[in-house]
Design a protein around this ligand. Sequence first.
Ligand code: ADP
Ligand code: ADP
Length: 234
Amino acid sequence: SDGIQIRGLKKIYVSDDGPKTALHDVSLDIAPGDVYGIIGLSGAGKSTLVRCINGLESYDAGSLTVQGKQVRDLHGKDLRDLRRGIGMIFQSFNLMPSRTAAGNIELALLDSGLSAQQRRERIAELLRLVGLADKADSYPSELSGGQKQRIAIARALANNPRILLSDEATSALDPATTKSILALLRRLHDELGITIVVITHQMSVIKEICSRVAVIDHGTICEEGRTFDVFANP
Ligand code: ADP
Ligand code: ADP
């Protein structure tokens, strides 16, 4: 299954200020093929949840299953396979300024076992998928914000992940560019059948593309359901 099941997830950070519970008791079911939104204010626990899902952060209690595998039990190659199976995009794009658009996408393909020629073909295919076939040789500084996010999306999809995690990916973009990136995500969902998890603090983003939504507040899910129902005016 391509889904994500979370039960009673708890995460406590320990620092010099003492322990801080970032996730109290989070339970969620993200079904394969969902476009699933997680919305909450800054500090609510969204990034912590994302880092737990892709195995970058350990958790203190509860259970977290991605594609049928308990994340806690994964180590070494299995953990790398989990991460390779989850594409990530961010607010800050995280492109390397010294590499071209093609060169940035290629970074995701270096461990793929593809030959140089196969990598070139895959990069060209990914550039076409995000509508930037003519920008292969452009550097990030030569691209608009929306174009940079498209390149980041191409890189995230390089290894054919079945899940795409979008962490505030449109938060730095103007409204028109936000709409075009959300339309691209919707098209990728429809064409590739990938599960998309959209982390945001913007209700407009959830309403635009998510069929289900969870509202997170102080490390707890306080509402969950179909977007239409959760945001229906009483
Ligand atoms: P969000 O992504 O919703 O803004 P975060 O998951 O980043 O929320 O943070 C949730 C809570 O955990 C916040 O109170 C934050 O200060 C705290 N937190 C996040 N990362 C750390 C860390 N590495 N060490 C200590 N506290 C942290
Ligand atoms: P950088 O300076 O960022 O390393 P390069 O121009 O050397 O960028 O390209 C990096 C890799 O990207 C190349 O090895 C090649 O595989 C791929 N690449 C470059 N141009 C294209 C293109 N037009 N279409 C597809 N792949 C390309």
